[in-house]
Design a protein around this ligand. Structure first.
Ligand code: PAF
Length: 284
């Protein structure tokens, strides 16, 4: 079928209803647009697993704090449409903010666990915004499966937990981080980096690979691993660490020894751009 772009909730519902009548399964790839190979891998995974794939393309205002990059976040629907079509997506849902948040909108999905550490600490309203918009997208599309990248590891854990807590009948699929040839994790925010910052940004993935090597060679002391990673990042003058932490995969609480499955996650400013990266010890 020819890929379609729709702007309203009614149009999405009508299309999905039509597919359901035909007995087709539906996958959802929630995005904020400016799609890169990371998103493409999610669309491909959904295309493999489902008969039809919906890609939401919406820069969600309520997950940005007042001093964050909502206004400057890159947007290019025409470019996104090509990526979606090339990788097997069937429908783009690209609503205006007023379509998602009508006047008087006051209901939010919040989470009291998993959001107290890592990005939740530095971005206090972020996960409430993510949980709210993802719940709305789940209610609008009613997919069988939804696809999220492991680069946003805490987001993936939060969404899995929300789906479990609220009995949402949707399978959540986490897909591996996609990297540039030199290691930098793909991100729409990489477009903010100038040439010097782009080079400097490599300290994130280099520190990640250093941490993975240490875990592989049997180091169990989190402080030893984190200190080595931080030292590598701090040697780059353009880099400023927000956090580099080792947390329990299930609780997102900090741990001191690698005696359980853990997530090593970081957020680092390169100039004004905040980038994230991570590894799961189970994937090492
Ligand atoms: O990961 C993202 O791009 C966003 O947080 C999401 C899940 C699309 C919600 O706006």
């Amino acid at each position: 079928m020819k890929m379609k772009i729709v702007k309203t909730i009614d149009e999405v519902r009508a299309q999905v209803k039509e597919w359901r009548k035909q007995g087709l399964t539906v996958g959802l790839v929630p995005t904020m647009g400016y799609l890169h190979e990371g998103h493409a891998s999610l669309i491909e995974a959904s295309h493999r697993d489902n008969d039809r794939t919906v890609v939401s393309d919406f820069v969600n205002p309520i997950q940005f704090g007042p001093t964050e990059d909502l206004e400057s976040y890159p947007r290019d629907l025409e470019r996104d449409a090509k990526v979606v079509e090339e990788h097997g997506g069937d429908l783009i849902f690209n609503p205006e903010p007023s379509e998602m948040y009508h006047q008087g909108f006051t209901s939010f999905v919040d989470m009291t666990v998993l959001t107290q550490e890592l990005c939740g600490l530095s971005r206090p309203v972020h996960f409430r915004g993510v949980c709210t918009v993802v719940s709305k997208l789940f209610n609008i599309v009613k997919p069988d499966r939804a696809y999220f990248g492991k680069k946003d590891a805490q987001q993936l854990a939060v969404i899995r937990h929300m789906v479990d807590d609220l009995n949402m009948d949707i399978e959540i699929i986490g897909c591996p981080i996609v990297r540039e040839a030199d290691g930098l994790a793909k991100s729409s925010r990489n477009t903010y980096l100038n040439a010097d910052e782009r080079k400097a940004a490599l300290v994130l993935s280099q520190a990640i690979f250093k941490g993975m090597d240490m875990v592989r060679s049997g180091e169990k002391d989190c402080a030893v691993i984190l200190d080595a990673m931080k030292a590598h990042i701090n040697a780059e003058p353009l880099a400023k660490i927000d956090y580099v932490k080792m947390v329990d995969c299930a609780t997102m609480q900090q741990i001191t020894a690698l005696d359980r499955p853990a997530l090593c996650a970081m957020a680092v400013y390169i100039g004004k751009t905040r980038l994230i990266d991570n590894f799961f010890t189970e994937d090492v």
